[in-house]
Design a protein around this ligand. Sequence first.
Ligand code: C2E
Ligand code: MG
Ligand code: MG
Ligand code: MG
Length: 288
Amino acid sequence: AAKHLGRNNFQIYEMSQDQAQQQDVALISRLRHAERNGELRVFYQPQVDAATEDIVGMEALVRWEHPELGGISPGVFIPLAEESGLIVSLGEWVLRTACAQAQAWEQAFGLRLRLGVNLSAVQLMEPDLLEVVGRVLKETGLDPGLLEMEVTESISIKEVPNLVENLHGLHDLGCRIAIDDFGTGAASLDYLRRLPADRIKIDQSFVRNIGIDPDDEAIVRATIEMAHRLKRGVVAEGVEIEQHFEFLRANHCDELQGYLFCRPLPQASFERLLAERQRLVEGEGAAA
Ligand code: C2E
Ligand code: MG
Ligand code: MG
Ligand code: MG
């Protein structure tokens, strides 16, 4: 009986593996046309100055609205896009869309907001990455100094042989580099030492434990201090509650990003937020 059960279990396991694989294949073939079908959007999440709470930048985050399945999380489809190579065209689309948007907002509101765009390891291996980024900057007219490429720490320096070279190339174009999800990779300090990074983004798994785990608090504090000693900026991700904010401000974190301030917003909502802020500033000016 046990043997029988075992075999059944094995079959169930095999089935579900198989189904998962089939679903992935179906998602990938749909994703292939998502851009052309207008199913992709770029959302924008504000980054605020920790001292003034002014919006000083934003991160571009891709969204996919599947016609039958609804919104699919980037945590699900980005890995599939990487596996299938689709991330190269998808990433270029996000970059172009976000740069054009940032440039339009700069002209409409006179705000020089920094724009963070995530780069996948697969894109960093592309021999023409620098050409693509250079072309997008030229075509959209965005000041390269406003573009910050976010490189996640899970990318291995060994697996992407030209990683360091490509990041220097991005610097030469005038772009900034941020190390994303800092502290979660296997080689955080090696990364910091070898990559030409302007900023680090403290991963939300540490920020979440502020007020809960004294060890994580110590790591956050030490990371901020280390970043500053290395003359790098530091942003905290996943700031959700007042207590996180207080702690990070008290420990001199430069910028903050998280639900406490704002969720990632569709383009029109982000624009309303900027217009609202501008009215407030103008109102203050008129009152003075
Ligand atoms: P990430 O680059 O670390 O982006 C931050 C993620 O944290 C976003 O998730 C954002 O919505 C979420 N977040 C922001 N504030 C809070 C908060 O206060 N609490 C919590 N719990 N979460 C918060 P999202 O948009 O689901 O993206 C997940 C990941 O997918 C990103 O992590 C990034 O690695 C990847 N991704 C998203 N868009 C792109 C893209 O255009 N290209 C590439 N290559 N990867 C992307
Ligand atoms: Mg990011
Ligand atoms: Mg992150
Ligand atoms: Mg991430």
